[in-house]
Ligand binder design. Structure first.
Ligand code: AMP
Length: 410
């Protein structure tokens, strides 16, 4: 039997998320999460999906990523899904920053590893953890193809006028400062799934994708290719997020240094971890914010309004960038679940052909669906994202030799 399984690994600095999929029918065989790697009490939650789907939890010291992956391998083996199985075709790794060079999924060799390492200065939080995950997996199965799927790859089609900041060109080039964009696997998956929902080929439609999770980003996708996205050099730019500020006047930073006496690290923490919704109202979970809004909490209301105002500005901007829009697609934790966010983001945009049907918007489902009224000029859709499936699909297409077909697969 030929190898058809793909293990997807998403390594964070102290966590390891994984899924094992069978690409014959694109089903999930197992999934799980290791948390608190390197701390005294690590935790592994493993869910086999071949039986009744009951999760198993183990806690105990998890010294490093190697120990974590070994623990995962053990859990998988006890379900008959061991990583030594000849059915395992490849391991697909989520790599956050691929710079300008990596425009597609890439088979990992030493030169690829060196390039991912070279990009650490522009992704100091993410690329080191991704590298650790790759090295650990390579040590465990040195014979197996390992594939890097980059968060930035889908955005490498952005034209220069969208990708460049208006700063001195030489300084920008010297330090590789440009807009790279993130959440690319999600924007790719959702823009294609939206085209499918409309019964069209991705090359026939223009879509605005709103990936609204704890991190949030928007993208303008013209005929299957990204032409603009809201995140930039790092995932800090753009929309208001759970804990990140998104767009702000860069002079705020000089002001915080000169007048506020803050250090670079303090400002980094302020803008990445203590801003956005949590900075505005103390909560970053949209469920909690909506509960407070419904109870008349003014601070939560203002946070919600700022979040929506920014979102609307991006919808308008990307409408202008695309010229013609066929669909606006909401995805990720907030986009898929928060009907009030979708309703408020589109409210008042009837002039642009955008509207939401109250009843359709209230439906809860895991399936891609339209929420705009039948007569609307622009489709508004809720399209659940599946970054792991996208990574597995791209990985398998590469090792299966059908990479050229991968764009049409998802
Ligand atoms: P993600 O980063 O895509 O996993 O999204 C996580 C975020 O989704 C959480 O922080 C919540 O704000 C939001 N979320 C999840 N479920 C709901 C829900 N039922 N209603 C509103 N927001 C939700």
């Amino acid at each position: 039997m030929s190898a058809t399984r793909v293990l997807v690994l998403n390594s964070g600095s102290s966590s390891l998320k994984y899924q094992l999929l069978d690409m014959r029918d694109r089903t999930r065989l197992a999934m799980g999460l290791v948390e608190r790697i390197g701390e005294r009490t690590g935790r592994l939650k493993h869910t086999p999906l071949t039986g009744d789907g009951t999760s198993r939890e183990t806690t105990g010291p998890m010294a490093d990523h190697e120990a974590a992956l070994k623990a995962v391998a053990q859990e998988l083996a006890s379900d008959g899904l061991g990583l030594d199985s000849p059915e395992l075709a490849a391991i697909g790794h989520r790599v956050v920053h691929g710079g300008k060079l990596f425009t597609r999924p890439t088979l990992i060799d030493d030169s690829v590893l060196a390039e991912i390492r070279r990009l650490i200065p522009v992704a100091p939080l993410h690329n080191p953890a991704n590298l650790t995950g790759i090295l650990t997996a390579r040590a465990l199965r040195p014979d197996l193809p390992q594939v890097a799927v980059f968060d930035t790859a889908f955005h490498t089609t952005m034209p220069e006028e969208a990708a460049r900041y208006a700063i001195d060109v030489r300084t920008a080039d010297e330090h590789r400062i440009r807009r790279y964009g993130f959440h690319g696997t999600s924007h790719a998956f959702v823009s294609r799934a939206t085209a499918r929902l409309l019964g069209k080929d991705p090359s026939e439609v223009n879509v605005i994708v709103l990936h609204l999770g704890n991190g949030a980003s928007a993208s303008a996708v013209r005929q299957g290719r990204c032409v603009d996205t809201s995140m930039g050099l790092t995932p800090l730019e753009g929309l208001v997020m759970g804990t990140r500020s998104g767009d702000l006047d860069p002079a705020v930073i000089f002001h915080l240094v000169r007048v506020g006496g803050m250090s670079t690290d303090e400002i980094d923490t302020l803008l990445n971890k203590k801003s956005g919704l949590v900075g505005l109202c103390g909560d970053n979970d949209m469920r909690e914010i909506r509960r407070r809004v419904d109870e008349g909490d003014e601070q939560a209301r203002l946070a919600f309004d700022i979040y929506i105002h920014r979102l609307k500005k991006y919808i308008g901007a990307y409408y202008a960038v695309l010229g013609r829009v066929d669909a606006v697609a909401f995805t990720a934790g907030v986009g898929e679940n928060a009907a009030p966010v979708r309703e408020a983001a589109v409210a008042g945009l009837e002039g642009l052909g955008l509207a939401v049907d109250g009843e359709l918007n209230a439906v809860r489902s895991d399936e891609p669906r339209l929420i705009s009224p039948g007569h609307a000029r622009v489709a508004v859709a809720v399209v659940p994202t599946d970054e792991e499936l996208e990574i597995a699909t791209q990985t398998y297409a590469l090792v299966d030799g059908s990479a050229d077909r991968s764009e049409g697969l998802t």
